[in-house]
Ligand binder design. Structure first.
Ligand SMILES: *Cc1c(COP(=O)(O)O)cnc(C)c1O
Length: 422
């Protein structure tokens, strides 16, 4: 099946007389004929459902669709994108370990790594995604357990050189984790470029309608944990909390990562996505391919308009000829990048605020990447915890305005921007 068809059909195949739509299994628990049978599930001897804190059939059908879209072997939904990023890294690294991350990542992920996960004893080195090979090489340590980056950085719109970072990670025997939220698998499939694990904030384009917060982790099934057994004892040595199961042996390369994340992290931390939200997410996925195409067409037209305006200081959109990442975007995102544009209004911070207050079609919202056109000034909102140095290291200048172009008629969006620019 081609990707547009997978958006509609993957993850759930109704049998004779069953509901055409993915059923919402709105149940915390599941009934069994005998304790012995339920016991097999607890021992991971059989797969099945017993308690929705760990797994739910609705979630698994939707996760399977996302796995199909990404070309992965296994996936799980989480309650948010933050939970997905946390689980993906914490499934590999613990106190005393080290992780390398691109410095241009979503502000929430940066805080998660730089503040909260550091408090758990995990050390992070942030590298410029355009650093030299020597700088990247120097960031690795014997206790490095993963490398992390974002396909298209939110909100800096820097396109990540997935292939290069994957090669570096693999040369050091560790996986590359890529947050593919902005590109979505419609526009980029990081596994095709060597990434090992993909994460998503499904809250963005996948849901696409401002409806449900959620996240997803997908495993490529390609990373050979056993070949680097000493680095990943959590996957390659017996888990005493599951009667001595060794995940990489019992579930293989294809299933070990997600099974461990479900069996340990979901069990203990309980960040499951509500089945109802998974249902909403699936509705969004069905139209994802159509919407992404429209988002990209609209955004390119808006970016060209902004570039032509004498009220605008600068425009950053990877698909705009002349953009620093144009060539890289053509390689990784040949069908378009995303609907998000960053730009600066002449006159700095105050002019930016005045411009934003005059908008009527574009709404001021702490959101991005959905059907509605929305706009945000990160230095005054999402990124306000960061110092000016941290902002600039993250690719966010203090005058940066993030415009998420929706799927309305593009003429209405452009006219609105035009009247607000004055
Ligand atoms: C929004 C976002 C997140 C966090 O996701 P939530 O669903 O808000 O928790 C992570 N990564 C990127 C790129 C995002 O845009």
């Amino acid at each position: 099946m081609r990707i547009e068809t997978k958006c509609i059909q993957s993850g759930y195949e109704p049998q004779n007389g069953e509901s055409r739509m993915i059923p919402i299994i709105q149940s915390t628990t599941f009934k069994y004929d005998s304790s012995a049978e339920m016991g097999k599930l607890f021992d991971l001897e059989k797969s099945g459902y017993f308690y929705t804190r760990l797994q739910n059939p609705t979630n698994d059908m939707v996760a399977a669709k996302i796995a199909a879209l990404e070309g992965g072997t296994a996936a799980m939904l989480t309650s948010s994108g933050q939970a997905a990023s946390f689980f993906a890294v914490f499934n590999l690294a613990g106190a005393g370990d080290h992780v390398i991350s691109s410095s241009t990542i979503y502000g929430g992920t940066y805080n998660l790594f730089n503040v909260t996960m550091r408090r758990m004893g995990i050390d992070f080195t942030f590298v410029d995604p355009d650093c030299t090979d020597e700088e990247l090489e120097a960031a690795f340590r014997p206790n490095t357990k993963a490398v992390f980056g974002e396909t298209i950085a939110n909100p800096a719109l820097i396109v990540f050189d997935i292939e290069r970072f994957a090669k570096a990670a693999h040369a050091h025997g560790v996986p590359l984790i890529v947050d593919n939220t902005f590109a979505t698998p419609i526009n980029c499939r990081p596994f095709e470029w060597g990434a090992d694990i993909v994460t998503h904030s499904t809250t963005k384009y996948m849901d696409g309608h401002d409806t449900a917060v959620g996240g997803c982790i997908v495993d490529s099934g390609k990373f050979d944990w056993m070949a680097h057994a000493d680095k990943f004892p959590g996957l390659t040595t017996p888990d005493e909390s599951y009667h001595g199961i060794t995940y990489a042996e019992k579930f293989g390369k294809e299933g070990a990562f997600i099974t461990k994340a479900t069996a340990q992290l979901m069990r203990d931390l309980g960040s499951i996505q509500a089945p109802m939200n998974a249902f909403f997410l699936n509705l969004g996925l069905e139209s994802l391919a159509v919407r992404m195409k429209r988002h990209c067409e609209n955004a390119l037209a808006v970016a060209k308009f902004l570039e032509s305006s004498d009220k605008v200081a600068w425009v950053n959109y990877p698909d705009l000829p002349g953009n620093k990442y144009y060539e890289r975007a053509k390689k990784y995102l040949p069908d378009g990048s995303c609907g998000v544009i960053a730009f600066g209004v002449k006159g700095g911070r105050d002019a930016a605020e005045a411009f934003m207050s005059r908008l009527k079609v574009a709404m001021i919202a702490t959101h991005v990447a959905d059907a509605h056109t929305c706009i945000l000034h990160p230095a005054n909102s999402t990124h306000r915890q960061l110092s000016d140095e941290e902002l600039i290291a993250g690719g966010v200048s203090p005058d940066l305005i993030r415009l998420s172009v929706g799927i309305e008629n593009v003429e209405d969006i452009i006219e609105d921007l035009q009247q607000a620019l004055g």
